[in-house]
Design a protein around this ligand. Structure first.
Ligand SMILES: *Cc1c(COP(=O)(O)O)cnc(C)c1O
Length: 419
């Protein structure tokens, strides 16, 4: 059973100050989770998590994670700017982008970020753009073919099978790429791969690590490049459904350690650092969307209309993703009513839940939509002129802090040209 990290009483107090809908984050949960991850990889002295900024691009969240020892994984110009403004410097920033514009590479280089190249042709493009090849450089690997592991929801929309996905160097290209980069002055090398999204399996990272560790040994032997880090990227998932088992990050860290000791250590590569770029695992369960019931509609189905919509949380509309819903104050009431929970967009897929069994819902009830802390607010948009909501932080002492104000109509009109 899924329990919200917040009580009805706390929410009632919050809604006096912050009108619904808003995204709420749990500082305590975020810190505890970050510490568990660090603990799981403590066997690797160089370990670092680079939080995927795109999952939750909020300065307060980034600063909390930085305090917990995390770096920032950026994929665009504004994410680089944000990380810089939040105090991340040089090698605390990973730049894992694809189809990269020149200005993004320029800023990444200026900030001293570690650049992770998505394609062989980007080697020359980077050289032309910034005038040199950085001494530390990383390449994204795509093994091709089919990759399956455990359960991976939404996996195909986000990642596809490696053979059909747009990311990364082929095996041949990465060997050529490393030789070329070395000849152009690179000294410290990294390998990155992201093969499946939202995996619910303690085997995803260990399996990926096995693939990358073997590749690293071959690459170092054949090219003579000094491989300093291996980046397992994102993809460790969270259980969105109440009956799904959660990943055990300690077991995952242990699984990667076993691969490390089997493959890298005997090859004399025991000093390689392990990096991760988790987004969802770090934040999803530590955020929720708080929304109020506005209307009921009884037609061919029973509809509950809330004041949030897909512009606040796109995942159900885009992926058919399940997000658990708690009717606050009725946590223990029987779920004996069937509803579609909808937002107000002129899109029939603007439904947070379809045929969901819930306790009887009343007008004015507060609903918590669970696990929206990653790829929630950040995927928001302004369709139908809907305004982006506020983001609120539930701090460790139980008090709340506004960490992003809600958009106003003035914000919405700011880029429009009326004359
Ligand atoms: C999206 C992304 C991540 C984070 O993925 P999660 O599924 O949220 O863990 C990490 N690295 C890169 C390059 C990404 O694009």
């Amino acid at each position: 059973m899924k329990r919200p990290f917040v009580t009805l009483e706390q929410l009632r107090e919050m809604t006096v100050q912050y009108p619904t809908p808003f995204h709420l984050y749990d500082e305590k949960g975020i810190r505890e989770n970050a510490r568990k991850l660090k603990e799981a990889f403590a066997w690797n002295p160089g370990f670092k998590e680079y939080f995927a900024v795109k999952a939750t691009p909020n300065p307060a969240i980034l600063k909390i994670l930085r305090e917990e020892g995390c770096g920032a994984d950026c994929s665009s110009l504004t994410e680089l700017m944000m990380s810089d403004r939040c105090g991340f410097t040089g090698p605390e920033i990973m730049f894992s982008s694809n189809d990269t514009p020149a200005e993004d590479f320029k800023l990444a280089a200026k900030l001293g970020a570690t650049i992770n190249l998505d394609d062989f042709t980007h080697i020359d493009f980077l050289k032309e753009t910034i005038g040199f090849i950085p001494e530390t450089i990383s390449c994204r690997f795509n093994p091709g073919g089919v990759f399956t592991i455990g359960e991976s929801t939404e996996g195909f929309q986000v990642m596809d099978n490696p053979g059909d996905s747009k990311y990364g160097f082929t095996r041949e290209q990465i060997f050529e790429g490393f030789k070329k980069l070395k000849a152009m002055g690179a000294k410290r090398f990294g390998i990155h791969a992201f093969l499946a999204s939202n995996t619910l399996s303690n085997d995803y990272y260990p399996t990926l690590a096995g693939i990358l560790f073997r590749l690293a040994v071959e690459l170092e032997r054949e090219t003579g490049c000094d491989i300093c880090f291996i980046n397992l990227s994102g993809g460790v998932g969270v259980p969105y459904k109440p009956d799904q088992p959660a990943n055990d990050i300690a077991a995952i860290g242990e699984g990667v350690r076993r691969q490390f000791e089997e493959i890298l250590a005997p090859a004399g590569m025991g000093d390689v650092a392990i990096y991760t770029e988790l987004g969802r695992f770090m934040l999803a369960p530590n955020g929720c969307l708080v929304t109020k019931v506005l209307h009921f509609k009884h037609t061919y189905k029973e509809y509950v209309g809330v004041d949030a919509c897909a512009a606040n949380l796109m995942r159900p509309a885009m992926y058919g993703a399940y997000h658990h819903i708690t009717v606050m104050g009725k946590e223990d009431a029987p779920c004996d009513h069937k509803y579609d929970v909808t937002g107000g967009l002129c899109e029939n897929n603007d439904k947070f839940a379809i045929d969901r069994m819930l306790p009887e819902v009343e007008q004015g009830d507060l609903l918590v939509i669970h696990d929206t802390g990653a790829h929630g607010f950040s995927m928001g948009y302004n369709y139908n002129g809907k305004l982006r909501s506020a983001e609120v932080l539930l701090q460790e002492d139980g008090s709340t802090r506004l960490i992003r104000r809600a958009e106003t109509p003035e914000d919405y009109f700011a880029t429009m040209i009326f004359d």
